[in-house]
Design a protein around this ligand. Structure first.
Ligand SMILES: NC(=O)c1ccc[n+]([C@@H]2O[C@H](COP(=O)([O-])OP(=O)(O)OC[C@H]3O[C@@H](n4cnc5c(N)ncnc54)[C@H](O)[C@@H]3O)[C@@H](O)[C@H]2O)c1
Length: 318
């Protein structure tokens, strides 16, 4: 199949690309390399069934050209950093909402009708139900990132209704694993490398978070695309556990053999828009036969090992 992966040079997208190339599909990565890394695709470099197109999804004519021949689109390109939305209020709207609209329009132009979308548990804001199911009462948005992704979901659903598209929308918790290049493990590791004697922790450390290993995430997506055949298919993806930020700090410090003084910025949230409790109900995806293979602790430690072995990435994302 001719498959386009937007954001295919990013953390999650690169693993997806490698899988699809190895499965024999013709894969075209569309990426502006703002956070994506050429090296993430080393495992399939030179493969005859891989094309990498440097293109910004905000450039609709170029995107439409790059989409030519596509039958199936995995749309992962986005501003994936939840934390800095208030510093540049247009960024999430541009890359996550208008970018998604452009992807849908380009698909419509070239006749592609199947889309997978990487949404987020952040769309639930601060939910009152834990674990939070896909049909939780309509969430109130607390971050520009969540709002921009929920708007993206809405556009996709409307294209399904209006133009005969089929979609698979995945609301992930935070993802961990190889190629990980942003998020709390990255931040803690970078800070501890610079100063192993002191660590700043955003919030009070008691935020409860769920995480998922990247290959467990991609296994779930692959299974859902095979088995779920509604017009719009929405799945939460996460583990059936959560930890406190303090747990993660402890695992990381123990693994690195450091005992820093912890300096908390205080409060139940690490930043405005940070949800103090993220824990998703994953019964819907589990009913298809999926289950995660790594615990949160195992995924944190695997991520840490990857970062230790790849210091270039700290430079690249400085
Ligand atoms: N990592 C997580 O914990 C997590 C959790 C929930 C949802 N997601 C979503 O999953 C997707 C992938 O996230 P990731 O963690 O791999 O992030 P990432 O930043 O590593 O990947 C995003 C990719 O998109 C590319 N990109 C960004 N803006 C673009 C644009 N305008 N045009 C073309 N390419 C562009 C980047 O260069 C990068 O390769 C994102 O949509 C993100 O919102 C991620």
């Amino acid at each position: 199949m001719n498959i386009v992966v937007t954001g295919g040079a990013g953390f999650i997208g690169s693993h997806l690309t490698i899988r699809l190339v190895r499965a024999g599909h013709h894969v075209r990565v569309i990426d502006n390399f703002s956070t994506g890394q050429e090296r993430f695709l080393d495992a399939v470099r030179g493969a005859p069934n891989l094309e990498v197109v440097r293109c910004d999804i905000l450039d609709l004519p170029s995107l439409t050209n790059a989409m030519d021949g596509a039958e199936f689109v995995y749309h992962l390109a986005a501003n994936a950093d939840v934390r800095f939305g208030l510093q540049h209020p247009r960024k999430d709207l541009d890359h996550n909402t208008i970018g998604t609209f452009h992807v849908l329009e380009a698909m419509r132009q070239v006749g592609a009708r199947h889309i997978v979308f990487s949404s987020t548990g952040s769309i639930y804001g601060e939910p009152s139900i834990h674990p939070t199911p896909e049909d939780a009462p309509f969430p109130i948005q607390t971050s520009l990132y969540g709002a921009s992704k929920l708007a993206g979901e809405g556009l996709i659903e409307a294209y399904c209704e209006g133009f005969g598209f089929q979609s698979w929308i995945f609301r992930f918790v935070s993802i961990l694993g190889e190629h990980y290049s942003h998020g709390h493990v990255f931040d803690f590791y970078r800070k501890l490398r610079a100063n192993p004697h002191e660590l700043e922790v955003l919030g009070d450390g008691h935020q409860k978070k769920s995480y998922l290993y990247v290959h467990d995430c991609l296994d779930a997506i692959e299974l859902a695309v095979q088995k779920a055949q509604e017009k719009v298919n929405i799945f939460n993806l996460g583990t059936d556990e959560y930890c406190e930020v303090n747990d993660s700090v402890r695992w990381i410090c123990e693994a690195l053999g450091v005992r820093p003084v912890l300096r908390y910025t205080g409060g139940p949230r690490g930043w405005i828009g940070d949800s103090p409790f993220i824990y998703l109900d994953t019964r819907r995806i589990r009913a298809l036969g999926w289950h995660p293979t790594l615990s949160i602790r195992e995924a944190v430690l695997r991520t840490l090992r990857y970062l230790e072995a790849n210091p270039w990435l700290l430079e690249a994302r400085a």
